[in-house]
Ligand binder design. Structure first.
Ligand code: GRF
Length: 204
């Protein structure tokens, strides 16, 4: 299977996914391309080091969101992606784009959805005083961070935690659950259709 990974930042999730493809944890799958909306994203450098085609689509070069999404779709379809993987991709995608990839596009969000959709999740979790925080991998649908969930990891909020320490603990969990979610997806154990999410055997 071929993945196209969309990034905007460091690319640590990209790195975890690449490693999982290389070891076969994500079976018979490779990353066909990495696309970033930010020309300076360090994730692009990681792709280049791994010999993966790295493409920049600078969203500032497209006056309208729909134009950017069209250009993005052209690039993704050029690489004939089976699945589109948002890994720290900090752009809201238009409904038309999401519909085009319905069931084939995933995102990772640093919270236990439906808690804390949107930005600054760690600061909000600390401010709320939650005891449990974490990460969620979900199918991307039109709402922000609202799609059906594939896997979650719970992470304890510890006394003395600050945003940095909590974010680091959540990020480590992300690197475990994203490859697992993708392994289930490419092997057909989970799929998403207009009728909803279907599991061959739902994990406990
Ligand atoms: C992670 O915190 C992820 O949850 C969020 O953006 C960050 C991505 O980090 N979507 P990286 O670019 O994969 O290192």
């Amino acid at each position: 299977k071929k993945l196209v990974v969309l990034v905007s930042g460091q690319g640590s999730n990209l790195e975890a996914i690449r490693a999982a493809c290389d070891t076969g944890q994500i079976p018979d799958t490779r990353i066909a391309a990495v696309i970033s909306n930010r020309p300076t994203a360090p994730a692009l450098g990681r792709a280049i080091e791994a010999g993966i085609p790295a493409v920049t689509l600078d969203h500032r070069a497209h006056a309208r969101r729909a134009d950017f999404d069209m250009a993005l779709q052209k690039q993704i379809d050029h690489y004939a992606a089976d699945f589109v993987v948002l890994a720290g991709f900090m752009r809201q995608l238009t409904p038309a784009f999401v519909q085009h990839y319905a069931g084939r596009i995933l995102n990772i969000h640093p919270s236990l959805l439906p808690a804390f959709p949107g930005l600054h999740t760690h600061a909000r979790a600390l401010a709320q005083g939650v005891f449990w925080h974490g990460a969620s991998v979900h199918f991307v649908t039109e709402g922000l961070d609202g799609g059906p969930i594939i896997i979650q990891a719970a992470v304890a909020v510890l006394p003395g935690d600050d945003e940095k320490s909590l974010a680091a603990r959540v990020l480590a969990a992300e690197h475990r659950i994203y490859p697992q979610a993708l392994a289930w997806l490419v092997s057909g154990r989970v799929r998403y259709t207009a009728e909803g999410t279907h599991w061959r055997e739902k994990p406990q």
